[in-house]
Design a protein around this ligand. Structure first.
Ligand code: KG4
Ligand code: ZN
Length: 501
């Protein structure tokens, strides 16, 4: 909550309470550093607020109000939950407050957060002669944090920020075979982005070898982070936070970036924010195009994932469906490997496909009409491999461009059809293509045509932001930082981390 909110706050006070806070009271309180005041906004306008004072491990909740037009929407619960969470972060365990004896809704709200009536102040509210009930808890926990995210929009989340605007964030990514670091200011201004690819070390094996990945991350990470800081012209002491990918990915690869980030957070005292790698891929779209904002549907297609995700609000993710077996990029990689074409297979197959006929071979479109959002790509990969074997056995030369184009088209057809269905079902007006496979030109084109035909804004990130990088982790990390999300120093890498957890 800021001084700019006070005109509205005073109006809400007057309409809500017989003994309203005045502008001077709010102004004096906001200037003190032993107070926490948070605001809820809708459409950029204040509609509620809550404030507390604290000393050592004990807090006093001083005020909580929601404008009458916005009551019954869960905002009071969300405000209380956020306020308590901020207090818990400051080491507070116990809290007290007074509530009007007959204000049942308020009493229920505080009871749901663990407060109990422990006494009364007779006649405390002199205007009405009502008693104040004193409520108390010595087991402060912030309830309903996830409910809070459902309710609060971006503006409220930003108002809850306990970091400066224009925050300088260092982001680290090491979930697969790219060691990456980036420095970003204010969530959008990219000062540097360094990616050290290990692809040469994996290519001779036709895929990522986890043990090699961990070792190479360990060798590269210090230099990659140094380079990102140097390029940005900043030092550790200039930073406001550290963001790091903590899942999903290869566990031995993730731990390298995470261990570095935790060590740095411990040494500097900077806040540490954990980012989901898939969320990072989605944020590559917001980084590239500021019109992209929830509600939206994203298709994350990479070497490890094929997921259709509904993002109704900032910070809220619902996985609508994902692959039951191989990921889309994995299918490209495996087909290329079988043909002896090299690794990664995606760029090679898509280049070859440009010269081929996509209708030459009728490969299966698995689950295209399954009615749900699951994908299956291992059957397609097997059909391609069987086709190659069959042709070779018959003594015929395989037409590689035709094969590449037909395989690619089978992948694209299913993805486009499910993505369009998801957009229609959720009713969103924005669609994002994300992940390494989003670099595929034919997929970008097919998706753009199909979505535009449905009047949907389509976003495809620039090529450099499709494959793994830390700029996207910085963008997602800054959003999490502003929502108050923090990763503990004893947090572990989560190789199977799901979006929304
Ligand atoms: O996102 P990413 O860099 O790493 C993971 O998170 O997995 O994606 C890498 C994947 C690889 O499987 C690669 O073959 C695929 O993206 N890829 C492509 C193209 N460029 C990269 N797949 C199809 N067409 C492309 N042009
Ligand atoms: Zn990725």
């Amino acid at each position: 909550m800021t001084i700019d909110d006070l005109d509205t706050a005073v109006a809400i006070e007057r309409a809500s309470f017989p003994r309203p806070w005045t502008r001077a009271m709010f102004a004096e309180d906001l200037s003190r550093d032993d107070r926490v005041w948070i605001a809820a906004e809708t459409g950029g306008r204040l509609c509620g607020y809550a404030g507390a004072t604290w000393h050592a491990d004990e807090a006093h909740i001083m005020n909580l109000a929601v404008e009458s037009a916005h009551r019954q929407q869960g905002l009071a619960t969300a405000l209380l939950s956020e306020l308590l969470e901020l207090l818990v972060c400051r080491g507070v365990h116990r809290a007290t407050l007074e509530v009007r004896e007959h204000n049942d809704a308020a009493r229920r709200l505080y009871e749901s957060a663990g407060f109990r009536a422990v006494g009364a102040r007779p006649g405390y509210y002199t205007e009405t002669g009502e008693d104040a009930v004193i409520m108390w808890t010595d087991d402060l926990a912030a309830p309903g944090a996830s409910a809070r995210l459902e309710v609060l929009g971006e503006h409220a989340a930003q108002a809850l920020s306990d970091v400066p605007a224009n925050e300088l964030v260092l982001a680290i990514e090491s979930s697969c075979d790219e060691t990456a670091a980036a420095v970003m200011r204010g969530g959008t201004e990219l000062l540097s982005s360094v990616v050290a690819s290990q692809v040469d070390f994996h290519s001779r094996f036709g895929g990522v070898v986890p043990e090699i990945a961990s070792r190479k991350h360990t060798e590269a990470i210090v230099a990659v982070i140094d380079e990102a800081l140097t390029e940005a012209g900043v030092g550790f002491s200039d930073l406001d936070a550290i963001a790091v990918t903590y899942g999903p990915g290869l566990v031995g690869a993730l731990v390298v970036g995470l261990a570095y980030a935790k060590g740095l957070a411990l040494a500097t005292g900077l806040p540490l924010v954990g980012v989901n790698h898939l969320e990072g891929h989605i944020f590559a779209n917001m980084l590239a195009d500021e019109r992209v904002a929830p509600p939206l549907v994203a298709l994350v297609v990479s070497g490890g994932h094929t997921s259709l995700v509904h993002m109704p609000e900032w910070g809220v993710y619902r996985t609508m469906g994902e692959t039951l077996d191989d990921a889309a990029g994995e299918a490209f990689d495996k087909v290329a490997k079988f043909l002896g074409l090299g690794y990664p297979g995606g760029p090679i197959i898509s280049k070859l496909a440009e010269a081929g006929n996509a209708a030459a071979i009728d490969f299966p479109r698995a689950m295209m009409h399954s009615g749900d959002y699951s994908f299956s790509l291992s059957g397609l990969k097997t059909s391609v491999i069987n086709h190659i074997r069959h042709e070779r056995d018959a003594g015929r030369e395989v037409d590689v461009p035709d094969l590449a184009a037909s395989f690619q088209q089978a992948v694209i057809d299913v993805q486009v059809s499910k993505a369009v269905k998801a957009v229609k079902e959720t009713g969103v007006g924005t669609f994002c293509l994300a992940g390494g496979v989003a670099a595929n030109r034919a997929l970008r084109q097919a998706m753009t045509l199909a979505m535009e035909a449905n009047g949907v804004l389509v976003s495809v990130p620039p090529f450099a932001l499709c494959t793994d990088n830390a700029a996207m982790i910085a963008a997602a990390g800054t959003h999490r930082l502003r929502r108050g999300d923090r990763l503990d120093l004893d947090a572990e890498a989560v190789p199977n981390l799901r979006l929304g957890e």
